[in-house]
Ligand binder design. Structure first.
Ligand code: SF4
Length: 338
């Protein structure tokens, strides 16, 4: 059986018809109907003499999906649980936006990186998601749950670059124009700063795929305290990797900065952050901290958030404030935990 969610159209068709030696054209139609339109190709859609072959192709295809459970919602933000074959689970979140929803998906069950402000980080790494399990979240969101998805962000559970090959394969499936057909420009991968994979991503990813880097601190001292990954790759090596990625003039990085009251949200931190990001083509995304389970941090006051933003803007950085959505259902940034 060939799992349809783990392949783009080309590899699906090749594998499905390998030992039959025929039927690629029907395999293509089958893939397109299922992945693009969310329906099974009907017998009547192929010539009478090809119907037996179509049945054979269908019988060789695994259409089964991990089950979606437990929708929770707040302000139209929906959090779903995807129950995997081994009974583990990950979460994905559908966030409404003006021009179509953003879907935040997971790449691992748990995460090894242990960022101190993140609920997923308390789980440790349980396992990587298979490619089809990553794609299944998107398939469900679009075809089962009938959302109009515009943006996909790898910002759910897990460090995507610790599951690099499966994430890259999933991106090629999500953007296959004959399948789910998502726009490359509308896909973003967020890393905590896995430097060796930033180099690989720079070399291997299509230029249109976006990169977000969780910077979160103005210096190594603070970053090491809140992000253990900084012990392995400090801010200087992270900056070099970002410079390498930005060698292509078409690229830009989203530098994410979770504001933690009294930890990294002071005026001098804002100035140091600007010094660090100087000469990099970045937009800064300031994210007010969301309390998770066993929170050890608190949210900065509105006044502090405004002041922090004001300094970044006065230093000529394009700065966005992430609107917190779904924090009551633990669906906001850094709150996904199972
Ligand atoms: S913020 Fe991301 S990388 Fe850090 S622990 Fe959470 S899921 Fe892992």
């Amino acid at each position: 059986m060939i799992h349809i969610y783990g392949k783009n159209k080309e590899s699906f068709c090749k594998e499905l018809t390998k030992d039959l030696g025929k039927g690629e054209i029907y395999a293509k139609k089958l893939y397109q109907a299922w992945m693009n339109q969310g329906r099974l190709l009907a017998e009547e859609e192929v010539e009478p003499q090809a119907r037996k072959l179509l049945k054979e192709l269908i019988s060789r295809t695994d259409f089964s999906l991990p089950v979606v459970e437990m929708p929770m919602n707040q302000d139209q933000t929906y959090k779903y649980l995807l129950r995997l074959h081994d009974q583990l689970a990950v979460e994905f979140v559908v966030i409404p936006m003006q021009a179509g929803a953003t879907l935040c998906i997971s790449s691992q069950v748990g995460c090894l990186k242990g960022c101190r402000f993140c609920s997923t980080g308390t789980m440790g790494l349980i396992r990587n998601l298979e490619t089809y399990e990553i794609v299944a979240q998107v398939y469900h969101a679009i075809h089962t749950l009938k959302n109009k998805i515009r943006n996909i962000v790898f910002m759910g559970m897990g460090e995507p670059f610790d599951n690099f090959d499966n994430v890259m394969q999933a991106i090629s499936i999500l953007t296959d124009p004959h399948g789910l057909a998502l726009g490359k420009r509308h896909i973003s991968v967020s890393t905590s700063g896995v430097v060796d994979k930033i180099y690989r991503f720079a070399d291997e990813a299509d230029e249109a795929i976006n990169l977000a880097v969780s910077v979160n601190a103005p210096n190594d001292e603070i970053r090491t305290k809140i992000m253990p990954v900084n012990r392995k790759w400090n801010m200087a090596s992270l900056k070099e990797a970002m410079q390498y990625y930005l060698k292509s003039p078409k690229r830009e990085i989203l530098a994410e900065y979770v504001l933690l009251a009294g930890v990294n949200d002071q005026d001098e931190h804002a100035h140091l952050l600007c010094d660090y990001l100087e000469n990099l083509r970045v937009k800064i995304n300031v994210i007010p901290y969301n309390s998770g389970v066993n929170s050890r941090f608190t949210t900065s006051s509105q006044e502090r958030i405004d002041r922090f933003m004001q300094i970044l803007r006065s230093r000529n950085f394009c700065t966005l404030l992430r609107q917190t959505k779904g924090e009551k259902i633990m669906a906001a940034c850094g709150q996904l935990v199972k």
